[in-house]
Design a protein around this ligand. Structure first.
Ligand code: KG4
Ligand code: ZN
Length: 388
């Protein structure tokens, strides 16, 4: 990460109790958390507030940046008030915010608020990489957690990112592989949209996949010999499969031709969704089997590449984080593969997998305890890299 400087003039940094307040506004969740670190390396979550914007974006089938930033402006002060009810803000040692990657207009709001608070209270500002928050989230524990960051291969798998990273220790990260096109969560969201399911698509597909046959449809596992990932071919394979099995894909996913019906757009959409439902009604296992086959194709790729990366890097530990790691079948199969290959697996609790401020606060606290601080002149970076 860029432009951190050691705060060597602050003798409390390495030894004292430290408290950080973090804001996360990189995408469509507004979140604020306060985390206190103790001398014995344990940490205590004093506040964690999240305002979800899912409902505001759902009808558009994806995130609308302007709506996201307007909502951050409304929710962030309310969440800060909730946090301030739990702790006197003058006790906070550092104010942190996600500085990238993410939507510029969203990042800017959290970062500006954190900088303003740091200036107002005369405290440290910390710019945190959202991906570092995900990557450290499996190490988040409650009041008694004392876990140090152990070397591991970390799979970060979310709506915006899919990557594997060698973690040697705090701030020592090396990229192993990343997606060359869609992120795994993005593929879940786009395929769910084609199937007329809700947003976010991952939980919708997982729900239906539970009762389905993962072997019914033969879907591609892209780039088997590479450390990188690719999911857009899988998404396209589903798109071409649908008409062959009698399902009309939703054209609202931005990829097919637009529905041209100037005066009765709604009724045309209703008709399409009726025809899709009709196809699914003809074969009551069709939707479940499709979802299960698609989900299995993603899981196979994630598990195989993660195990290969861990073997290559000679680590003992695999970690997984990000929204897609909420998926219970991914956790089960990755756990099983790690056990067979002799690796321990650490997952974050589900509430820490999707975007939240507690993981940003943990990254900020660990950095503060290690003597880092950011300059107030540090800008947000929508394309901020975790490691090269
Ligand atoms: O980490 P996150 O909240 O936001 C990003 O940083 O992108 O991840 C959101 C993504 C969405 O694409 C969503 O569909 C996916 O995580 N997701 C899931 C599940 N829950 C959320 N994907 C598969 N199975 C799930 N249970
Ligand atoms: Zn995220």
């Amino acid at each position: 990460m860029r432009s951190f400087a050691f705060a060597q003039d602050d003798p409390r940094i390495l030894f004292g109790v430290k408290t950080v307040l973090a804001l996360e506004t990189s995408c469509d969740e507004t979140a604020v958390a306060v985390l206190r670190g103790r001398r014995d390396h344990a940490h205590e979550l004093l506040a964690s507030e999240i305002a979800s914007q899912v409902a505001a974006h759902e009808k558009f089938g994806g995130i609308v940046p302007e709506i996201a930033s307007r909502n951050h402006l409304i929710y962030a002060p309310q969440l800060l008030d909730c946090a301030a009810a739990r702790i006197d803000l003058s006790e906070v040692d550092a104010f942190a915010a996600t500085s990238g990657p993410g939507l510029a207009s969203s990042l800017m709001i959290g970062a500006s608020i954190a900088k303003g608070l740091a200036i107002g209270f005369g405290k440290t500002y910390l710019a945190i990489n959202h991906l570092e928050g995900h990557l450290l989230s499996p190490f988040f524990h409650g009041a008694d957690g004392r876990e140090q960051i152990k070397p591991n291969v970390s799979l970060i798998v979310s709506g915006g990112h899919t990557m594997s990273v060698l973690v040697r220790g705090l701030t020592d990260y090396q990229l192993i592989g990343r997606t060359l096109d869609d992120a795994a969560g993005e593929a879940f969201d786009k395929v769910a949209k084609m199937l007329g399911l809700g947003y976010p698509g991952g939980p919708e597909i997982e729900k239906r996949a539970g009762g389905g046959d993962p072997n019914r449809f033969d879907l591609p596992r892209s780039m088997p010999d590479s450390e990188n990932f690719s999911f857009s071919g899988l998404k396209t394979a589903v798109r071409y499969l649908l008409p062959k099995i009698g399902v009309i894909p939703s054209r609202e996913d931005g990829e097919g031709p637009p529905v041209r019906s100037p005066n009765n757009q709604e009724s045309k959409r209703d008709q399409l969704s009726f025809e899709r439902s009709f196809a699914f009604a003809q074969d009551d296992k069709l939707l479940e089997d499709l979802c299960a086959s698609f989900q299995q194709a993603i899981i196979d790729v994630l598990v195989t590449k993660t195990i290969a990366a861990a073997q290559k890097c000679h680590v003992d530990l695999v970690t997984v984080s990000g929204g897609v790691s909420c998926n219970q079948e991914l956790r089960r199969q990755l756990g099983e593969a790690c056990r067979r290959a002799g690796f321990a697996l650490r997952t974050a609790e589900s509430w820490l997998c999707t975007d939240n401020a507690a993981m940003i606060a943990l990254a900020a606290l660990l950095r503060l305890q290690a003597g880092f601080q950011s300059q107030l002149t540090e800008e947000i970076d929508p394309n901020l890299a975790l490691a090269l």
